[in-house]
Design a protein. Structure first.
Length: 177
């Protein structure tokens, strides 16, 4: 089986989570991790499982002006310790979904977001899951959130939790018809 893990990442957190999810899937599927920019050059829906994730900004999926400001802020204020991910840029998940073909198959959604109540922080995975379903894909797991602290660093244990979530996706993929 094949799995595509598509991510949008500003500071590398979502990228790291995507890589960990891929590691968790390795026992069941051949995972291919790709940035949303790379995914825009292909149609990664021709897989057994499409996993999509991005950072949460303003309670949902990021918008291009917001991540442009975030990248600019990181570059202008190196004292904050935020380094834009090498894949930052490109169309973003919203634009990518607009260009995505209809598909059939299995899918899952994840996000990275600030630690705290979802009612206060929001979670992009909810919007990602909705867009996956609108494109004809069947969700095999509830959307997942992986947490960062107020300095935008992944909380301890989140990489391991993402790897375990990947294993859970692999189990669901192998047991669903």
């Amino acid at each position: 089986m094949k799995a595509a893990i598509v991510y949008e990442s500003l500071y590398g957190n979502t990228h790291a989570i995507a890589d960990a999810i891929a590691q968790g899937l390795e026992e069941v599927a051949e995972p291919h991790v790709m940035s949303v920019d790379e995914a825009g050059q292909t149609q990664p829906t021709a897989t057994d499982l499409l996993v999509v994730g991005g950072p949460t900004h303003l309670h949902g999926m990021s918008r291009k002006p917001m991540w442009e400001l975030a990248v600019k802020d990181a570059l202008e204020h190196p004292e904050k310790g935020l380094v834009p991910d090498a894949s930052a840029g490109g169309p973003g998940l919203r634009a990518w979904f607009d260009s995505l073909d209809e598909a059939t198959g299995k899918a899952a959604a994840f996000d990275t977001r600030m630690e705290g109540n979802k009612l206060l922080t929001g979670h992009a995975s909810k919007g990602i899951a909705k867009r996956l379903k609108q494109h004809g894909l069947e969700l095999i797991a509830e959307p997942a959130s992986f947490l960062v602290d107020d300095t935008n660093q992944l909380l301890p244990g989140e990489i391991d939790r993402a790897r375990e979530w990947g294993k859970t996706l692999g189990t669901a993929l192998s047991t669903t018809p």
